[in-house]
Design a protein around this ligand. Structure first.
Ligand code: GLU
Ligand code: MG
Length: 443
């Protein structure tokens, strides 16, 4: 029966430098009408911190106006979350009032990076985001279930089946919602897709998980460290290439670890710029509690085969049943978390990889072993560098890498640094457990 007490709303959204998805809701009828000229947006919104303050100073101040244009095919809607009304979000692009792209729009930056890679190499990127989170129990005293256990999944019922149903109906192609290793930890994965679609889906998936949890009286938190010494929540970005005909183009059985020449150069570019791009992909203070050795996260400029401590992990391929390795072959970027903006994370990976390809960098050595036990000479022999150990260090690494800052307009870098400095300042005086507790509620 139709519900006459509510008018369905679709939100046109943008995701900002704090990794928060914000937007404006419109009726369905209005969505069609605003498809060309969008809805209003404010430049300084890019400088919102996760604490609902606007970083000051910022390049935009109180003046100026933008339009947020809905990309209608990038609409994620479902009435299966159990909420009273439909979940309905449309990804938007930020433009100037005359339609020129706005340099602060991270979704546009990703489109540009993908186009640049394609123009230079003929390659397109397939990607998927694997996202971990805590599903806080309704009663905080509830002990966690066993890692990966059937019982932990069923205890949370109907969370997993409802999230899968919501993702399916929204067109996200879920692969799995599973109980993970950490206390009350889950992970959600989806099928690989064109990189822009993958980033859109990552955002929609986070919000769906939050909504399904909320409806069940629980809370899904994607904070990088739910508590100082808890198991971290990573966002692992898997990527591979396809050529102009859609054929897999990353695998070469004779290359090191199966990497084609272009894929090896791409990985070399990512590792070269990794200390700087970590500022974008792991952009919060608690991100660096996670990026330490023995967390199965990422802590060195390290390419490894099937090693979950490596920052770039060449993923396994299954040959059972005659499966084609080239179709599955992909590399996983592990130095990311959900305080980061998925468009910016992928932009940084793609731009760094492209720099590796155009610079004709050699495939990095595949390192096995534990870099945290290697002395300086051995690290140098493998070309391994420790990733930044704090957000201020990551910001310093970003500022010190003119190649990376050169991918963006100066106003964008200034905004990013401003937001992050404001975040650091806001947390001054709080200890690590208090910071983890704050982010657990914010993300
Ligand atoms: N929880 C780990 C992280 O923080 C990842 C564990 C896994 O490999 O799935 O990235
Ligand atoms: Mg996992």
């Amino acid at each position: 029966m139709a519900d006459w007490t509510t008018t369905p709303l679709a939100s046109i959204v943008t995701t900002d430098l704090a990794g928060i998805t914000r937007g404006r809701p419109v009726t369905h009828e209005r969505l069609e009408r605003v498809a060309t000229a969008g809805v209003g947006w404010v430049p300084a919104n890019l400088c919102l911190t996760p604490f609902n303050t606007i970083a000051d100073p910022n390049p935009w101040g109180s003046s100026g106006d933008l339009r947020l244009i809905p990309d209608l095919p990038a609409r994620y809607a479902t009435d299966r979350t159990g909420a009273d009304t439909q979940f309905d979000m449309v990804m938007g692009d930020l433009v100037e009032l005359d339609g020129r792209p706005w340099p602060g729009c991270t979704r546009t930056q990703l489109k540009d990076a993908l186009a640049a890679l394609k123009a230079a190499t003929g390659l397109s990127v397939l990607a998927t985001f694997e996202q971990e989170f805590q599903l806080a129990p309704a009663d905080p005293a509830t002990p966690p279930g066993h890692a990966f256990s059937f019982e932990a999944l069923r205890r949370a019922d109907p969370f997993a089946p409802r999230l899968v149903a919501s993702m399916e109906q929204a067109g996200i192609e879920p692969e799995m919602v599973l109980t993970e290793y950490g206390d009350h930890q889950f992970e959600v994965t989806q099928a690989p897709a064109d990189a822009l679609v993958a980033a859109d889906r990552a955002i929609a998936t986070r919000e769906l998980a939050r909504e399904v949890a909320r409806v069940l009286g629980r809370r899904a938190s994607f904070a990088p460290k739910p508590a100082r010494h808890a198991v971290g929540n990573g966002v692992h970005v898997h990527f591979s290439f396809v050529d102009g005909q859609g054929r897999p183009a990353m695998y070469d059985a004779s290359g090191p670890g199966g990497l084609s020449g272009a894929a090896g150069a791409f990985c070399a570019g990512v590792l070269r710029h990794l200390p700087a791009i970590t500022a974008f992909t792991a952009p919060s203070v608690p991100s660096y509690y996670r990026l330490a050795p023995h967390n199965w996260s990422a802590s060195y400029t390290w390419l490894g085969q099937c090693d979950r401590e490596a920052s770039l992990r060449i993923c396994p391929v299954v040959t059972l049943g005659g499966r084609d390795p080239a179709r599955q072959y992909n590399v996983e970027y592990r130095a990311a978390d959900a305080t980061g903006n998925p468009y910016l994370t992928l932009t940084a990976i793609v731009r760094a990889g492209l720099a590796g390809i155009t610079g004709k960098l050699a495939t990095p050595p595949l390192v096995s072993g534990d870099p945290s036990t290697m002395d300086a000479a051995e690290l140098a022999r493998h070309g391994l560098k420790r990733l930044p150990e704090s957000l201020p260090d990551a910001l310093a690494a970003l500022k010190a890498d003119p190649v990376v800052t050169g991918w963006f307009q100066p106003s964008f870098i200034e905004s990013f640094l401003g937001v992050k400095r404001a975040e650091i300042e806001f947390l001054k005086g709080r200890d690590e457990p208090a910071i983890c507790a704050a982010y657990r509620m914010l993300y």
